[in-house]
Design a protein around this ligand. Structure first.
Ligand code: BDP
Length: 586
């Protein structure tokens, strides 16, 4: 799916701003054909939760109805008009002038609607019914029940279940003939890149022109035949932290008249895994970076360009070269920033919560049923993989796909569940990028059923925190023993630390370097680094987490998860300066 742009042939209208929202109460269905009766105001994009003061709104589980006027200029009436939602969390039903126009399940990927038959020039009523319900069929996966006569969702994951229209809503136009999608296939050998764009077009046209431009705006290849490859003879590669982006311009003509044009940026780079090492452009690559969250005060999970830009600058300041979009796809804008800056991304679907008898809240650890016999997520899992690859396939920054996080891969049925999903991702991705499933400690080398399917063994390990809490000496013995077992079992697979960290209260100091203090966080990482530095098959370290983040309240989460290297408002904890020294030297 193409990112919406304005250019010579396409118009773009941003519908961000203040929308009206109303909670749908039980037994009081809202009529999409009538104006909302009792709305409050919410900024789009943004989560609803932290924009309101009213606890009943924050605690509401079910539908929120959004409403706004969509103005359509007369000048656009002859164009094809498309309404595009970059993300609505978690489920959206869209109504235009009272008529149902679309239904989308999944809170982190875009969807779009051809709206020509539904709109007129001038004011049109746009309503979106947004649901924050999660259950055992959705991703993320939650535990749904009726509690005290009301619906309730307990997340099976460790981040706040923010909801709303989280990313921009845009209306764009094309002519009736238009470029629907572009897949940039390329092959790189000894400095020469052969580009074979696969262009999907709807409608009729006479000629097509394909051009490749470099960063100096020099035209370096062109063709009028989609079958004929374009050749970049002296390729400048996209390198980690030294990005170079070419632009592929595709234009359709009716005789001499330009009917549609679209320019897609792309970088040329190779990825390979050979004997437990990862290579980008034939150079060994070591992942330095973070598991992150889209999370910020007031915004919740709402997209904000300044926050995304600051996060990217903070990562660069520390010397990081990569991050994982834990635990869901991030905004398209963040992916574009990563392309531009050469930041390597492990791109993750919202495949989280796939372990029914585990939760940070111990009260929920009593469901002893087998996860794979309980969950009904398979269909949605297919869909999230497909939608993520459709959206992000051309990004140079995307080097690995993560198709789940910490599933119950030690339980019977895990292999049967994941094998078709791994095959699906490989089949859909034209670059055949490596696939990972970050592993939970319960899925030990003896029990795990998924490791065999993945290309890099990503381990989320909390030795010294959840295991041997505070006793770093014993913890590191255990960590080393476990990693060695993994290596023994899979000697050819690279191993990466995809999560490790300790909750740390910013400003809490301790002479005794006790857990939760800034000193303990430093000791914790130093001890872990000592272990992983001694093992040459370890290909990376992603600290958990980039910043403190909001979670549901429970006895282990006092005002959220505090494992950040930065606080939630992005102030450095003492560990940040240690990490900077380490990563700048590596
Ligand atoms: C891991 C999860 C992550 C949590 C983290 C933690 O992958 O989402 O936030 O642990 O406990 O299990 O901090």
């Amino acid at each position: 799916m193409l990112y919406p742009v304005m250019n010579e042939t396409r118009s773009l209208i941003d519908l961000s701003g203040i929308w009206r929202v109303q909670v749908e109460k039980q037994n009081e269905a809202i009529d999409p054909a009538k104006p909302l009766k009792d709305p409050f105001l919410i900024a789009v994009p943004g989560s609803i939760d932290d924009q309101v003061i009213d606890e009943t709104i924050r605690k509401h589980v079910g539908n929120f109805w959004y409403e706004t006027e969509m103005m359509i200029p007369i000048s656009l009436m002859d164009e094809r008009k498309v309404l595009r939602f970059a993300s609505v969390t978690h489920e959206a039903v869209v109504y235009i002038n009272g008529i149902k126009a679309a239904h989308h399940i999944g809170g982190f990927t875009p969807f779009e609607i051809d709206i020509d038959s539904l709109v007129h020039a001038g004011k049109n009523d746009l309503k979106v019914c947004v649901s924050n319900i999660l259950d055992e069929s959705t991703l993320p996966c939650g535990f749904y029940q009726e509690k005290n006569g009301r619906p309730s969702v307990t997340p099976r994951f460790d981040f706040y279940n923010y909801c709303g229209i989280h990313r921009p809503v845009k209306l764009y136009t094309t002519k009736k003939t238009y470029i629907d999608d572009i897949v940039i296939h390329y092959e790189y050998h000894g400095g020469v890149t052969t580009v074979r764009p696969e262009v999907s077009i709807t409608g009729n046209y006479d000629t097509i022109k394909l051009k490749i431009w470099d960063e100096d705006n020099q035209l370096i290849a062109q063709s009028s035949d989609v079958e004929q490859p374009l050749v970049i003879s002296e390729t400048r590669l996209w390198q980690p932290l030294d990005a170079y982006l070419y632009r592929l311009e595709v234009s359709l003509f009716d005789k001499e008249l330009l009917i549609d044009t679209y320019t897609e940026e792309f970088g040329v780079r190779t990825i390979q895994i050979k004997q437990n090492k990862v290579y980008i452009n034939d150079k060994e690559f070591y992942f330095k970076g973070f598991g992150k969250h889209e999370d910020f005060p007031v915004l919740g999970k709402g997209y904000n360009g300044a926050v995304a830009n600051l996060d990217k600058n903070l990562m660069k300041w520390l010397g990081a070269n990569s991050f994982r979009t834990s635990h869901y796809p991030y905004s398209e804008e963040e992916m574009r920033l990563a392309d531009r800056e050469g930041i390597v991304v492990i791109d993750e679907v919202p495949g989280v919560g796939l372990f029914t008898n585990f939760h940070v809240d111990v009260n929920l650890n009593n469901n002893k049923k087998n996860t794979w016999e309980t969950l009904r997520t398979h269909e949605n899992h297919h869909k999230v993989i497909q939608e993520l690859i459709e959206r992000d396939k051309n990004h140079a920054c995307v080097v690995v796909w993560a198709i789940a996080n910490e599933p119950a891969s030690h339980q019977e049925g895990a292999r049967a569940y994941f094998k078709p999903l791994v095959e699906l991702a490989k089949a859909l991705d034209h670059q055949k990028r490596p696939i990972v499933i970050p592993n939970i400690v319960n899925a030990s080398p003896e029990l795990d059923q998924a490791a065999e399917l993945v290309d890099i063994l990503c381990l989320n390990r909390y030795y010294g925190w959840y295991i041997e809490h505070g006793d770093l000496d014993s913890a590191m013995i255990g960590l080393r023993q476990e990693i060695e077992k993994w290596h023994e079992k899979y000697p050819d697979k690279p191993i990466m630390f995809s999560e490790f960290g300790a909750d740390t209260i910013s400003g809490l100091h301790s002479l005794y370097r006790t857990p939760y203090s800034e000193e303990f966080q430093i000791d914790f990482y130093k001890a872990n680094f000592e272990v992983l530095d001694a093992l040459d098959y370890v290909v990376g370290e992603h600290l958990w987490n980039f910043a403190d983040f909001a979670t549901a309240a429970n006895i282990r989460r006092i005002d959220g998860n505090k494992k950040g290297i930065f606080t939630r408002d992005r102030r450095p904890k003492s560990i940040a300066f240690e990490i900077k020294k380490r990563w700048e030297a590596r």
